[in-house]
Structures are given as structure tokens and as C-alpha cells.
Design a protein around this ligand. Sequence first.
Ligand SMILES: *[C@@H]1O[C@H](CO)[C@@H](O)[C@H](O)[C@H]1NC(C)=O
Length: 433
Amino acid sequence: MDLLLCLLLSLTIFLHQPWAALEADLRSDMGSLTRELLESAKEREFFEWMRGVRRRIHEYPEIGFEEHKTSELIRAELDLLGIEYKWPVAKTGVVATIGSGEKPFFGLRADMDALPLQELVEWEHKSKIDGKMHACGHDSHVAMLLGAAKLLHGKRDQLKGTVKLVFQPGEEGYAGAYHMLQDGALDDINSIFALHVLPLIPSGVIASRPGPVLAGAGLFSATIEGKGGHAAAPHMTKDPILAAVFAILALQQIVSRETNPLEANVVTVGLIEGGQAGNVIPESVKFGGTYRSLTSEGLSYVKQRIKEVIEAQAAVHRCRAVLDFKEDTPLPYPVMVNDEALYEHAKKVGESLVGPSNVQLLPVSTGAEDFSFFSQKSAAAMFTLGIMNDTVKSDQPLHSPYFVIDEEAFPIGAALHAAVAITFFDSHVVGTD
Ligand SMILES: *[C@@H]1O[C@H](CO)[C@@H](O)[C@H](O)[C@H]1NC(C)=O
């Protein structure tokens, strides 16, 4: 009898062991939190507001560092919600603050800029600006982050830390993230999360991976200067066309012969301009491209070799090469590395939100993102949100003039942002991360 009692008692104590209980509590708390946030964001009025924000931005796309209207719209919505913000940060950027005002500071980021691209989708909210389009989903990123702002504002008194909502300009080749960091507005943030829509995966599915996820990437352009003249007398000229052709061919050997085939590197020439007539040898030829790598060592090696190969090939053909790596931008963008602990945290939140079978491991890609500048300074994690849906034909790639978004995914994006921040604070406080 006593023995049985003893056994029962110790079993009870074991079951109520504080840590196990705390973890179970956190899990069920997480479940009710994600359910509540998602239900709020799916409410008709809430959803239509988010979708409306996205459509208004979509109609007036603005390219890097010209996002004045977009920035104004963001500030107007924050004003309506009663959320404080700092502006301007890096020209058009906005950093809003919600929560206790105390540590820890958790960042949520959305980029704001569009692309110099003519929209070819015929729909009610087609871009009204010729030659500009939100073809990379940044309009939806802003809408979902404003959605998160509304959700977080509703819980502002319960937040055990401070959320910084980072609306960033100039992601498409302007290193807007770098310029925001330079402005110092993000100095107190030590963890930051971002979401990117992705038409490769089904609507509502969430995907990412720990560690390197996107390549570091730079741009180069080369001008080969020769000596122009009559095509009938090549010996009187220094032909820059031939020098450029040899240089471009020689560039192909950098990746195929000099770098480890098991490591990913890319050199692509995507532009060549030279000559105007078949019977004239031009003075100069310009060409340019991109180089990428999944390691920072790879990135600097490939960059160095591009310079050496082009200069040497130009010299072989009695020409001179002038290289430009746009280092003032600054370029290259660093490799995007997801912090492992933050990745695990956001993955758990995602699983709670959409179910474990709807959270996938994202393959590494040689795409690039200036969010990597944040990842060099803070623990950072970038996740993707699937938007592919046959009904709305949203399966066109990013940067396509036919790019379409399944807007039904927005509530998931808004709830994910908000839940990642809220539970980050909770786990921080009890010290389980
Ligand atoms: C796809 O789009 C249709 C039409 O908007 C919607 O009813 C459906 O829920 C969407 N599917 C998913 C998986 O989101």
C-alpha cells in the first residue's frame, strides 16, 4: 500500500516536473496563439484591408529609393493604427515600434521596391506606371507586415519585448538593407525575421532551411578599349570585339576549372554592347554580368579572377580593360545565412500555424537578397511563403511580367510574422532558446 502510494507520488512528481510542464504549456500556448492570430487575420474586414493595401501599392510601383508614395501609404496606415515610427531611414524607409520599449528587440522586415518591368497581367489592379511593376511580391510583403503590425498592436500590452517593423527601400540591387544599417536605426535589434513570397511552392506552405540559403552576389561590367577603324584593314586597328569574345569565353573556365565542383559558384555574362556596322571595327566594347557563391571565400575568389581574366585577355589582344564592380552600392551582397536557432524557432511557429506537413525544407538557391546584410549583424532568418494556386494561375516565376500572387495566403504571412515575434519574447523570458 505504502509502496504503491510512493510510486504514485513519484509518478505525479515526475509528470509535473517543472520543465516538462513548462514546455507542454508553451506548446499549447503556441497552438492557441497561432490559431487566434490566423483567425483574426482571416476575418473578412482584416483580410480585405490587407489585400487593399497590397493592391494600392501594386498600382503605383516605385523602384529603389524612390518609394515615396509607398512609404507615405505605410506611414498613413501606421498612423491609423496608432503605431509609432521613425522616418526617414535610408531615404524612404520606415521603422515602427510596438511593445514594452525594453529588450529584447525583435525585427520583422518587408522590402518596398518594385522592378523596372512592364506588367503584362491584365487585371483590375494592373500597374498604372508604364515600365514598372511589383513582380517580386514586395507589395505583398508590405501588406503582410502591416497585417502583423495590426495583430501585434492588439497584443501590445502582453509583449515581453519590443518589435521593430522594418520597411526597407531598394532591395532590387540597391542594397537598401545596408543603407538602413548605416543609418543606425536598427542598432538595438539582435534578431530579425523576413518573409518572401514564392510561386514555386503551393499556397500557404512555408519553407526555409538552416545555414546558407541564398548566394552572395555581385555585378561586374567591363569596357574593353581598343582602336577602331575600317573592317577591311584589321591590322590598322586593335579589335575590341575579338578581345571581348575571348575574355567572355575565358570567364567560363573560372567556375568549371578553378572552383570545387561540389561548391556552388556562378559567373554569367548577361550583357554585351559593341559595334554599329558590319564594316567598322569599333573603339570599344562593353559587357557585364553577375557572379555568385554560397561562401564568402568563393565570392572574393571569383571576383578577383574575373578582374584578372578580363584584364589579361584584353592585353593579349592589345586592348585595355576597365572593370567596375559597383563597390559603392555596396556590392557584392553577402551570402544569406539563416541563424540555426532562429530558424528552428520560426519553423516551430510555422508548424503550429499551418501544420507540420505544410512546412518544407527549402533547397539552397543561387538567388540573392540584401537581407543578408542584416544577417551579418544580427541573428537572421528568412522564410518563404508559397503562393502557387492553380485557380488564380499564380505559378509564374518571380520577376516575370506575368507574375501573379494568391492573395489568400496573406493571413498566414501576417500571423507568422506576429507569432514568430511574440513567441520569441516568451521563449526568451523563460530561457528555453
Ligand atoms: C486558391 O484560390 C482560390 C480562389 O481564390 C481559393 O478559393 C483557394 O482557397 C486557394 N487555395 C489555396 C490552397 O489557398
